[in-house]
Design a protein around this ligand. Structure first.
Ligand SMILES: C[S@@+](CC[C@H](N)C(=O)[O-])C[C@H]1O[C@@H](n2cnc3c(N)ncnc32)[C@H](O)[C@@H]1O
Length: 289
């Protein structure tokens, strides 16, 4: 099943094409590369240019460069329901949010609201939107990311979203090591959120490569799911890692529990174009068929 993210008041994909995407992020309009946008944009080049505040371009494997077409705030806020998320122009074209995950936040919250106090582990949590969705619905959340600055950013997002006193544990750690330690401690969770990158590095230099690490990692993670496990959400943004690949990883580990496994593309609907922009794949399991 394809999940279509349509944007909201503060965020929209405006248009895409010619290998680029044009997005409105609060008061700022940015363009970034988007390898799969092979088609022609709906808006003209001059319509893109007049709207643009800042654009990111990456020639090679490096972090790329932001260019400001108009004066751009250093830091600004984006609202999604009760979440207040700080945005910044960061290397690699990152801004502090993966907006396609919008379609997952409500699903996560729906799996918690009826059972507040559910324990949720969010691995590769970045600036925390999924952790905030879970905590806002009443979960006890463990948020793990290898980058200290991202965990600090997530924590600040929680505070300004009114979740500063919520039971969220903020962990700066390599996700693989953290899961191994949690297994040794006998920890358990009712919800798992996993959004592994293609390539990453733990704080002590351990290298993460999705093609080598994902299968054993998922197997270990699933051992942390309690007998009352309610949900597992696995997303990926790596060429070759399709929805079927994710499904085939999760299916044998969850089959015995029953419930419902769904998978598919995540896409973004543009405001000004009929094109659906590919934005990764997901596989999610719900204990409730
Ligand atoms: C695709 S982003 C996650 C986006 C996030 N799920 C969201 O929706 O906002 C990947 C994150 O994984 C983190 N990361 C990379 N390697 C890691 C590792 N070995 N252990 C823990 N986190 C890692 C990065 O710092 C980055 O924040």
């Amino acid at each position: 099943m394809e999940l279509v993210a349509e944007g909201w008041k503060d965020y929209a994909l405006i248009d895409s094409g010619n290998g680029l995407r044009l997005e409105r992020v609060g008061p700022v309009v940015i363009s970034r590369q988007s390898g799969q946008a092979y088609w022609e944009p709906a808006l003209s080049e001059s319509e893109w240019k007049t709207r643009l505040t800042a654009s990111h371009w990456r020639h090679d494997q490096g972090p790329g460069k932001w260019t400001e077409q108009q004066s751009t705030p250093k830091v600004w806020n984006l609202q999604f329901k009760k979440m207040q998320l700080t945005m910044k122009l960061r290397p690699f074209g990152h801004i502090g949010i993966f907006a396609e995950q919008q379609t997952q936040w409500g699903w996560i919250a729906d799996h918690i609201r009826t059972w507040p106090g559910e324990r949720v582990l969010n691995l590769f949590g970045y600036t925390g939107a999924s952790s905030l969705a879970a905590a806002g619905a009443g979960a006890k959340v463990t948020h793990v990311d290898a980058v200290r600055a991202s965990v600090g950013w997530a924590r600040a997002n929680a505070e300004q979203s009114g979740l500063g006193d919520s039971p969220i544990r903020w962990i700066v750690e390599d996700a693989v090591r953290y899961v191994e330690r949690e297994l040794k401690r006998g920890s358990e969770y009712e919800g798992l959120i996993l959004d592994p990158p293609t390539f990453g590095r733990g704080p002590r230099g351990r290298v993460w490569k999705i093609e080598k690490d994902l299968v054993p990692f998922i197997q270990k993670c699933l051992q942390l799911l309690s007998s009352n496990g309610r949900f597992v959400l696995l997303t990926a943004h790596t060429p070759g890692v399709t929805a079927a690949v994710l499904r085939n990883m999760l299916f044998p580990l969850l089959e015995e529990r029953g419930g419902k496994l769904t998978s598919g593309d995540m896409v973004q609907q543009a405001e000004q174009s009929p094109m659906l922009l590919p934005a990764g794949v997901y596989c999610r399991w719900s204990a409730f068929a």
